[in-house]
Write a protein that binds this ligand. Structure first.
Ligand code: NAP
Ligand code: BGC
Ligand code: ZN
Length: 356
């Protein structure tokens, strides 16, 4: 079968041949339909994040997949069921985090991430997966099911942010998303129903496709060249919730300044090492005297996938058409990895969905 991989000594995705995997007991065989590409894939390809399985010199890419069950192999699935795989797998048999159903809370060393670190991903014509790591999705999501995984990332961040505010009556109205990449824009759409006013910060000038998407959602674009994050409360309003999806490390600390009293910021970006100066005393004081919170959030749990399925089903079809700027077949897969100013979200299509 065909797969898209990056070699340890390479810096671009290549098409390779691999044997079709055989499901072992408890695993189903899935025929891949579409696999999305995000900022993490670009970091993995550049060698800045993740790594190949220990016994291989390459990594099959892809962690945002949707597919159909080809062979249930005695699992509860039926041939033709539409499924989305979760990302994390336990490296050496079960550990307590996986046993508890909380793989997303496992610390480094206690997980592999398919297509990212230690385990091959889903960018192949077929993949196998333990049945409990496959989330069934309705046929209406065949086209957009590769967005379930990124949406689940935001569901988890919202879950943890709300939990940090659960000790008092928190009635958030304003939300700011930092970053107008694919995760940032998907999150703007997801926040629309929960917050009265949603803002999204980027560093682009008009005309720009991402600004068009932000405004078509009824959200407000904040140009960080004119209004850096600490200036947002003065120029717009203090924010009850901030979602950082830039990977720009100063934003983690600037978030504290842009939050309203009792607000919470969720940090999603994964920057490399980066030294810079901050006024630690001022930020510490601000944090304490205004009951602010910051939560870091990575990966997502099974219930976040389920919440993402529901949430995606409610998003406007025209928004999804605008967000996904390209879906490419295997004959032009390279186009899915182009990252220019007209590209927002892309996917590779391995097969078309045929309802059975
Ligand atoms: P992406 O497509 O690269 O998006 C990042 C966006 O941030 C880009 O639009 C970029 O703008 C913008 N940006 C970067 N620095 C900025 C700055 N200084 N000021 C204003 N805007 C800035 O990546 P993505 O897929 O959306 O993911 C976003 C981040 O979340 C990445 O760091 C990724 O690693 C991380 N992530 C984390 C998780 C998790 O589980 N925690 C899951 C998925 C992704 P330009 O396009 O104009 O350069
Ligand atoms: C993936 C997550 C993963 C994270 C860190 C993200 O792009 O969506 O599933 O945990 O990267 O590797
Ligand atoms: Zn991702």
């Amino acid at each position: 079968m065909k797969a898209i991989a990056v070699y340890d000594d390479g810096d671009e995705p290549v098409l390779i041949e691999k044997p079709r995997p055989e499901p072992t007991a408890g695993e189903a065989l899935v025929r891949t339909l579409r696999v999305g590409v995000d900022g993490t894939d670009h970091e993995v390809i550049a060698g800045g994040h993740g790594g190949s399985p220990a016994d291989d010199d390459h990594l099959v890419l892809g962690h945002e997949a949707v597919g159909v069950i080809e062979d249930p192999n005695d699992t509860p699935f039926e041939v033709g069921d539409l499924v989305v795989p979760t990302v994390r797998r336990s490296p050496n048999g079960a550990n307590e985090y996986f046993a508890r159903g909380e793989p997303d809370m496992a610390p480094e060393g206690y997980y592999h991430e398919r297509g990212i670190v230690g385990a091959h991903g889903f960018m192949a014509e077929y993949f196998t997966s333990p049945a409990e790591c496959l989330i069934e999705v309705p046929p209406e999501l065949a086209e957009w099911g590769f967005l379930v995984e990124p949406a689940s990332i935001t569901e988890k961040a919202l879950d943890h942010a709300a939990a940090s505010r659960s000790a008092f009556r928190w009635n958030p109205e304003s939300a700011l998303v930092l970053g107008n990449g694919s995760l940032g824009l998907l999150t703007v759409a997801m926040l629309d129903a929960e917050f009265e006013r949603v803002y999204c910060l980027g560093r682009r000038e008009r005309p720009d496709v991402t600004i068009d998407v932000i405004e078509s959602l009824g959200a407000t674009y904040v140009n960080s060249n004119e209004t850096p994050v600490p200036a947002v409360p003065g120029a717009y309003e203090p924010m009850d919730f901030i979602y950082e999806a830039t990977g720009y490390a100063p934003h983690a600390f600037e978030t504290i300044e842009a939050l309203a009293p009792n607000g919470v910021g969720a940090l999603l970006g994964v920057p490399g090492d980066w030294e810079f100066e901050i006024d630690g005393g001022r930020l510490h004081r601000e944090f304490v005297l205004h009951n602010k919170a910051l939560v870091g959030s990575v990966n997502s749990g099974y219930h976040h996938f389920e919440a993402a399925v529901d949430r995606l089903g409610g998003l406007d079809g025209s928004f999804l058409e605008d967000l996904v700027t390209g879906v490419y077949g295997l004959d032009e897969f390279e186009a899915a990895f182009v990252d220019d100013d007209t590209t927002i979200k892309t996917a590779v299509e391995f097969a078309e969905y045929e309802e059975r």
